[in-house]
Design a protein around this ligand. Structure first.
Ligand code: 13P
Ligand code: SF4
Length: 350
């Protein structure tokens, strides 16, 4: 049987070896009910992953992929995968001519803030984020005028314009540590209202006196989980460990065994012995653990982020060959430098 297309520059043997490589990782993905990974599916994408990996070499590019993007991107072409904090560090250290950010646009913007000399590419410019898109720089300036004494902290899920207005930026992996260390008692934390609730609870637990005010954004993935599901699932699956992200409601985080960033959740599951886990986060993270720790068992609960899922191998290929203007991230230099100040302060405080 021949599966090599006329246009493919790769031999059947090269494609077969690549398909086997892909299958060895993707065969463990069970959570994704949209697609079953078998050798035929892997043969279909192998010419594309081979081409993208060659393009990366030819063009001096690195591909950074958030854990929530499709597994064929993570295991097919990504150089680094992880949560927003670890990928920001990778962007800072990248020293590459081009950075393709398979994630959402605010993440690609963060990479551009940190690596201004690289051409930073967002495979799909429509891959927004309900949090980042909930607050503009102008709206934040108005809020700041209402809280003139507050320390201004922005979650990394925000636009460059918003970051440029903040004292410090945080990610879910360092938010509590940084808020606790802020000199001001009053903290204006934007744009995630639910994370602000979780910060209040955490500061109280730590005995730290802070007044947290926020704007009104939420993550359309993490604000969806139903606390009743936790109680029902614990009854059905004794020994179940529930893991959630601090973008979830306090009802969910309060009932969870572990709350943390995507990186933190992954580490917790890998290091914890339990018969079952329920991940109240984006399904991409479950898929990553299925591939990297195939002995772990999950019960359903995760949800899909429509923005992360806009990334595809085809769009990555297209952006590497001849990016459309909308795929290239450009930032005005003054704005970039102000946003950089908030991110660098995070690296110092984290
Ligand atoms: P992390 O900081 O945990 O990577 O989260 C980013 C995100 O968008 C979660 O929804
Ligand atoms: Fe934004 Fe939520 Fe998607 Fe993360 S999961 S990118 S916070 S919409």
């Amino acid at each position: 049987m021949s599966f090599q297309t006329i246009e493919s520059p790769f031999t059947e043997t090269e494609i077969e070896i690549e398909a086997e490589r892909l299958l060895s990782r993707l065969m463990h993905v069970e959570c994704d009910s949209r697609r079953t990974w078998n050798i035929d599916e892997c043969r279909k994408i192998a010419p594309l992953t081979l081409e993208i990996n060659q393009l990366k070499k030819d063009k001096g590019a690195v591909i950074l992929a958030h854990s929530y993007v499709e597994p064929e991107i993570i295991y097919g072409v990504a150089d680094h995968m992880g949560d927003s904090y670890s990928l920001s560090l990778k962007a800072k250290q990248a020293n590459a001519e081009k950075i393709v950010f398979a994630g959402v646009v605010f993440m690609a913007e963060t990479a551009k803030i940190l690596s201004p000399d690289a051409e930073v590419l967002a495979p799909d410019r429509n891959s927004g984020c309900s949090l980042a898109d909930s607050l503009s720089g102008q709206q934040l300036r108005e809020l700041k005028a209402s809280y003139p004494d507050a320390g201004v902290v922005c979650y990394i899920n925000s636009t460059a314009e918003v970051k440029a207005e903040c004292d410090v930026c945080v990610t879910s992996s360092n938010v509590y540590k940084i808020v606790a260390a802020m000199p001001q008692k009053q903290i204006l934390f934007v744009p995630d209202r639910l994370m602000a609730d979780n910060i209040r609870v955490e500061m109280k637990k730590l005995g730290i006196d802070k007044e947290i005010v926020s704007s009104d954004g939420t993550c359309i993935v993490h604000d969806q989980f139903d606390p009743n599901l936790i109680a029902e699932s614990r009854e059905k699956f004794p020994g179940l460990k529930v893991v959630s992200h601090p973008e979830c409601t306090m009802d969910i985080t309060g009932l969870s065994d572990y709350v943390g960033s995507t990186g933190g959740m992954m580490q917790y599951v890998k290091q914890t012995e339990a018969p079952y886990f329920m991940m109240l986060t984006e399904c991409g993270l479950v898929e990553r653990i299925e591939v990297e720790s195939p002995d772990k068992r999950f019960i359903s609960g995760c949800k899909l982020c429509p923005f992360m899922k806009m990334n595809s191998l085809e769009k990555i290929r297209e952006s590497l060959i001849a990016p459309r203007p909308d795929q290239v991230i450009e930032l005005e230099e003054g704005l970039r430098l102000r946003a950089l100040g908030a991110i660098e302060r995070m690296f110092e405080m984290a």
